[in-house]
Design a protein around this ligand. Structure first.
Ligand code: HEM
Length: 534
């Protein structure tokens, strides 16, 4: 009986199949394949989830997690209260211990701030602590692609070898001159405001200035071209990518903004690739190799020396690298400069010390060609102001990694399983200083608090640029540029926080930090009044 039933239903099935349209059959097959794919993905996800959970069993969990959602709700609440998720993580570290685990929609993360753990992730174990492209960097992948910040393994190694020298050594001499010209232009812009009581949003000005510096240093673009191309194409694209961090669905929904993003990306890529082609062809047809004038020239030299063939793949890769330099090189520096100006506007004595260094470096002719690089290197107090701004405000508060294989050494004595995300809480490390809320540039002066840390871990107590083989390639460029800008601005003007603006009302600048956007700048900019310095 059962056998009859079975054979008749199989027969029916063949009958139906026989009568079905090819399209229906194809759709049916597609449905089956999709279901099988989703089922396999789910099975792999569950198996990994269980394996990683077991591997982390002995690590204390952050408070407030619930099944499935993990710690997403406390994080959302925290952002609603105008605090960064990284602030919440710091509270967890304070209350629970030096190593904790949390869960973000099924992704396990271990959070640490101890310098020995940082050393393992950034230095001794860097090959297995890979970039976390699934979560943190995903919204930026359409822009940065396989550029230096977002690549790993052999490709990263090759690109780092190719690009590294172009950002170091002699280009740094040019940066002083380029930054000097940019800050002269900014001074001209500020002069009409001096003494008028009209506030200026200095953060906005720093965004334009740092884009001009990086645009000229990398591509020899003039200030007008930078001001024309970047605010139109590059800045809106970055803006959308930042929105996508908290609203990942925007990456997939074909809204008008999604199409605008694609179109601007396309225009920016064409602008860059056309520029590369023009410059490469001019170089190939020149009777002799010209002296390099910018970072692109130096990259071209490295390409020629390595014998790399010029083709479409190379153009695309170059495009990713240049967009990486633009992104990495301007927002971080603008945030650092904004915080420094805010702090100096509250501390006349520190501002006077910066001015004193500027007088030595720029001599009696601040409007001249600019100091030598050696003279800028000697501005140790100005450098300490910038470092203290990077410490106090931690413009990159967390850096995440994904463990590519089991790490039996692990962090703080805890072996870690493959696949776990590691959140290096840079802000937490920067708060392991005495009275961390206070702005004290002296910490970074010779013999100061920083010098007194233990030799073995000192380098991991100050991590704005992280450390190790994947450290920031532009850190020397950034700090050189910022010293020129900060010192010359203060040599010419006195800045005070504009009355009525939050930056004149809150007791501590920490209250002004943006809760969701990295690099962390002031949430409402820094509005200042400008006076000529006597
Ligand atoms: C105050 C300014 C800056 C800060 C705080 C900063 C911070 C950082 C940090 C934290 C990283 C590591 C990111 C990670 O591993 O996930 C990084 C990497 C990088 N930065 Fe910067 N950066 C600054 C300026 C610059 C500038 C001016 C440039 C270029 C012109 C630059 C180019 C890069 C590149 C290419 C990398 C990737 C290095 C690699 O993975 O090999 N940065 N930066």
């Amino acid at each position: 009986m059962t056998g009859d039933l079975l054979s008749s239903s199989i027969g029916d099935l063949f009958m139906v199949a026989g009568k079905a349209q090819p399209l229906q059959l194809a759709l049916g097959m597609l449905g089956v394949l999709l279901a099988a794919y989703l089922f396999t993905r789910l099975a792999v996800f569950i198996a990994n989830y269980i394996r990683i959970s077991r591997g982390l069993a002995s690590i204390p969990s952050a408070p407030g997690g619930i099944p499935l959602l993990g710690h997403v709700l406390p994080m959302i609440t925290c952002v609603r209260q105008n605090k960064g998720a990284w602030d919440l993580m710091e509270e967890w570290l304070d209350s629970t211990g030096p190593i904790i685990k949390c869960n973000i929609l099924g992704t396990h993360s271990v959070v640490v701030r101890d310098p020995t753990a940082m050393k393992r992730v950034f230095q001794t174990g860097y090959k297995i602590y890979e970039k976390d492209l699934d979560l943190s960097y995903r919204p930026f992948l359409p822009i940065l692609g396989s550029g230096l910040v977002t690549s790993d393994g052999a490709l990263w190694q090759k690109q780092r070898t190719l690009m590294g020298p172009a950002l170091r050594i002699d280009v740094l001499d040019d940066i002083v001159r380029i930054a000097k010209k940019a800050v002269d232009r900014l001074c001209e812009k500020l002069r009409p405001h001096a003494g008028t009581g009209r506030p200026v949003n200095i953060e906005d000005e720093f965004h334009l200035l740092t884009l001009q510096v990086i645009g000229e240093a990398v591509l020899s673009l003039g200030p007008e071209e930078c001001d024309r191309v970047f605010p139109q194409l590059y800045l809106p694209v970055m803006n959308e990518a930042n929105h996508r961090v908290l609203r990942p669905y925007r990456m997939y929904l074909p809204t008008p903004e999604w199409f605008r993003f694609r179109s601007r990306m396309g225009q920016l890529n064409s602008f860059l690739i056309n520029l590369f082609r023009r410059r490469w062809q001019a170089r190939q047809s020149a009777p002799q190799r010209p002296k390099p004038v910018d970072i692109l020239d130096r990259i071209f030299e490295a390409i020629e020396e390595s014998g790399t063939k010029w083709d479409a793949a190379l153009e695309t890769q170059l495009c990713y690298e240049v967009k990486t330099f633009l992104l990495a090189g301007h927002e971080t520096s603008a945030a650092m400069l904004s915080w420094s100006v805010l702090e100096l506007s509250r501390n006349a004595e520190a501002a006077e010390m910066v001015v004193a260094e500027a007088k030595v470096a720029f001599g009696g002719d601040p409007a001249g060609e600019g100091p030598s690089r050696r003279a800028v290197d000697e501005m140790v107090y100005t450098l300490s102001v910038l470092k203290e701004a990077l410490r106090k405000y931690s413009v990159v508060p967390v850096v995440t990694r994904k463990l590519a294989e089991d790490d039996p050494v692990g962090l703080l004595g805890q072996p870690l399983p493959r696949g776990v995300m590691v959140t290096c809480h840079i802000q937490g490390t920067h708060r392991l200083y005495e009275q961390p809320d206070e702005f004290r540039p002296e910490r970074f002066m010779p013999g100061g608090e920083y010098d007194k840390f233990d030799d073995a871990t000192r380098a991991y107590m100050f991590l704005p640029f992280i450390q190790g083989p994947r450290n920031c390639l532009g850190q020397h460029l950034a700090m050189l540029e910022a010293r020129v800008v900060l010192s010359l601005l203060h040599r010419r003007f006195v800045f005070t926080a504009a009355p009525g603006h939050p930056c004149s009302q809150v007791a501590n600048g920490l209250q002004l930090r943006h809760p969701t956007v990295v690099p962390v700048g002031p949430v409402d900019g820094v509005q200042v009044l400008v006076e000529e310095r006597k």
